[in-house]
Ligand binder design. Structure first.
Ligand code: IPM
Ligand code: MN
Length: 347
């Protein structure tokens, strides 16, 4: 029986709650569909940082490299470790080290879930550049604390980076409804974003079957509220994609439903799957967190591992559960009850 080796990093807060829920569901799906999952748990978290001075060991990236995929719950416990330390010590280095340049986030309403909008028939796939751009980490500070203090943070856009994320978007659009919206701010940012627009136009020639729209990020924010049903695949830079996918989460009913995959498309390194929500310290360990975003991310992981039938079965089960009104409103059902209902549907 093929066994997929999974690195599990529950991380902090509700990351632990939803990782446990997800693994129950994934293991049940594996047993039913004739494959095995071999998880190895890494207790890398803010607690690890407090005990060792590091979020993960020095060779952490090397330890992860041998796995077929990584599942991550959430990172962050700002009461004891600043987010800028915890995220740059664990989540962000993994995305960069493994060249997980495509961050994919689906936004659509599950049956029974009422979002805040009148529109309900939208199905958006946001693709966020995940390794460079505004989050490249290039910059510095001088004269700290003095009145001549300077902070510089450079957004870096390379031809390789921009081309590959756009190609990824074109391919996804081709496999879906054939429409790509490229999001920039080229009316104000006249170097990087004009460059991005040019590359989009160049590549479009290779994808005559895909229609392309160029939109500015500000107009895009409005469009996602006013007419989300007109969107198919949306490609954006790291910062813009980060913001748009929280907006996407909001219109799909909240962060409890927002799944994501950090994909290394050439498969030279493991990809990482995680819900979009964070660690939510205020509700951690209280059986309150909605596990659906994490379980959906887990289904995306199985799909990536070639277990598409099991992945679809999990999504079908999740949809049956929300259609019954379970897990659709904050606080209506606990983590365990939602997970149990999904397991029942799966069986
Ligand atoms: C996300 C998160 C992270 C990001 C933070 C926690 C660094 O907001 O996955 O969207 O911006 O990438
Ligand atoms: Mn975010």
């Amino acid at each position: 029986m093929p066994a997929h080796k999974i690195a599990l990093i529950p991380g902090d807060g509700i990351g632990v709650d939803v990782t446990d829920a997800t693994m129950q569901v994934l293991q049940a799906a594996a047993a039913k569909h004739g494959f095995a999952l071999a998880p190895t748990r890494f207790d890398w978290s803010c607690e690890t940082y407090l005990a060792t001075g590091r979020m993960m060991p020095e060779d952490g990236i090397d330890q992860l490299r041998a796995f077929d995929a990584i599942f991550l719950g959430a990172v962050g416990w700002p009461a004891t470790v600043p987010d800028s330390v915890s995220l740059h010590g664990l989540l962000l280095p993994i995305r960069k080290a493994f060249d997980q340049y495509a961050n994919i986030r689906p936004h659509r309403l599950l049956p029974g879930v009422e979002g805040p909008l009148k529109a309900s028939g939208f199905d958006i796939l946001c693709i966020r550049e995940n390794t460079e751009g505004e989050y490249s980490g290039a910059g510095g500070r001088v004269h700290q604390g003095r009145d001549n203090e300077v902070a510089v943070e450079s957004a870096i856009f390379t031809r390789k980076g921009v081309e590959r994320i756009l190609r990824f978007g074109f391919e996804q659009a081709r496999a879906r409804r054939g429409h790509l919206t490229s999001v920039t701010k080229s009316n104000a940012q006249k170097y990087s974003m004009v460059f991005w627009d040019e590359v989009t136009t160049e590549l479009a020639a290779d994808y005559p079957d895909v229609t392309v729209s160029h939109m500015h990020i500000d107009a895009m924010a409005a469009k996602m509220v006013m007419a989300p049903q007109d969107l198919d695949v949306v490609v954006a830079s790291n910062l813009f994609g980060d913001i748009l996918t929280d907006l996407g989460a909001a219109i799909q009913g909240g962060l409890g439903f927002a799944a994501s995959a950090n994909i290394c498309p050439d498969r030279s390194a493991p990809s990482m799957f995680e819900p979009v929500h964070g660690s939510a310290p205020d509700i951690a360990g209280r059986n309150i967190a909605n596990p659906i975003a994490a379980i959906w991310s887990g289904a995306m992981m199985l799909e990536h591992l070639g277990e598409g039938v099991a992945a679809s079965a999990i999504l079908t089960a999740v949809q049956a559960v929300t259609a019954r009104g379970i897990g659709i409103r904050p606080g209506s059902h606990g983590t365990d009850a939602i997970t149990a209902a999904i397991m029942e549907e799966l069986a």
